[in-house]
Design a protein around this ligand. Structure first.
Ligand code: GLV
Ligand code: GLV
Length: 329
């Protein structure tokens, strides 16, 4: 029972319970700033730190950290310098799988919501401006028959494809933009014959809805920039449920303002919680506060998985969902 866990932000019960069954738990009263977190990690008082996406675990912090591991309460782990962690013998865990469907639901919701102008429509009703049925009130776009382009073809992209096919969309994907590394027919699995793989350039040019499902890294930062936006169709809509910095958000705001593309549905932002100037004033956007995984059941599962990872690391075992592996001593 000598294990000690630092939890930077309270997580749902099943997680905290698992941790306290396995050792001492410190939950910070508010999200720590970088200096506070660095000092706590360097104190030597904690075996494992359970982090959130907003906790920046960069190379300098990890170099001074005296912890065995970092358990991230998320599937994405761009907040952690995993290479540095590995170098310093620190294990990293994440929470894959459990949030796939919930996040794909949000991608589909943003597709439908932008196509059918849900935010404008809701506002009109609340503002008392719904004066009765009108033949040309808030006309939107058809989703069925439209081309959905998936940037990436991991779990969440595939779950989104499944939904989109149910809505009668034509689904294209580019597995690893911007570099095209094709997936084999075998890897297509249930999607063989139902979705089509195209090069990134073609995906950009052909999509009515371009939906991003790539991890954030050096290759994908600003994957969608002014140049890419300029090659999209003028009536295309950009959907982002992945990570904000995959899009150059100022360029996006500008493209939406001047009609380079028609709309955007965003669950993530480049500099959360701040928005690029002008974005919130545009009518042709649906903007959500990073809620892809935000269901009661999913957040409980994420809490459970992140706690299981943390306990395993503290006890010297391989976590059930490892992001890195350490060379055996
Ligand atoms: C949320 O954005 C996650 O990566 O789990
Ligand atoms: C993330 O979990 C993905 O594979 O899309």
């Amino acid at each position: 029972m000598g294990n000690s866990f630092l939890v930077t932000t309270a997580i749902p019960d099943p997680g905290l319970q698992l941790l306290s069954d396995a050792g001492r738990v410190t939950v910070l009263p508010e999200p720590p700033d970088y200096g506070t977190l660095a000092a706590l990690c360097a104190s030597g008082e904690y075996d494992v730190v359970l982090t959130q996406l907003r906790d920046v675990m960069d190379a300098p912090l990890l170099a001074d950290a005296r912890v065995k591991g970092v358990s991230n309460f998320a599937v994405g782990y761009n907040n952690i310098d995993v290479e540095a962690a590995t170098r310093h013998g620190i294990l990293v865990g994440n929470t894959p799988g459990v949030l796939t469907d919930a996040t794909a639901d949000i991608a589909m919701l943003l597709i439908l919501g932008t196509a059918r102008r849900v935010v404008e429509a809701d506002r009109l009703v609340r503002d008392g401006k719904f004066l009765g049925w009108e033949p040309e009130l808030l006309l939107g776009r058809d989703v069925s028959g439209a081309v959905l382009g998936l940037a990436g073809f991991g779990r969440i992209a595939r779950a989104t494809a499944r939904r989109a096919l149910g809505f009668g969309m034509e689904v294209l994907f580019s597995p690893r933009p911007p570099g095209d590394r094709p997936v084999s027919y075998q890897e297509l699995g249930e999607f063989a014959g139902k979705v089509r793989q195209v090069p990134w350039n073609e995906l950009v040019a052909r999509s009515d809805f371009l939906s991003l499902h790539v991890p954030l890294n050096d290759q994908t930062r600003h994957l969608v920039d002014a140049e890419v936006l300029g090659r999209m169709k003028p009536d295309a809509i950009l959907i982002n449920t992945a990570r904000g910095p995959v899009v150059d958000e100022s360029a996006l705001a500008e493209s939406l303002r001047n009609g380079t593309i028609a709309g955007a549905g965003l669950d993530v932002f480049e500099d959360e919680p701040r928005l690029a100037a002008g974005l919130a004033e545009l009518p042709n956007t649906v903007l959500l506060p990073h809620v892809g995984s935000a269901t009661v059941a999913v957040r409980s599962e994420m809490a459970r998985l992140s706690a299981l990872n943390a306990v395993a690391i503290a006890e010297g075992r391989t976590p059930p969902h490892p992001v890195n592996h350490l060379a055996r001593a």
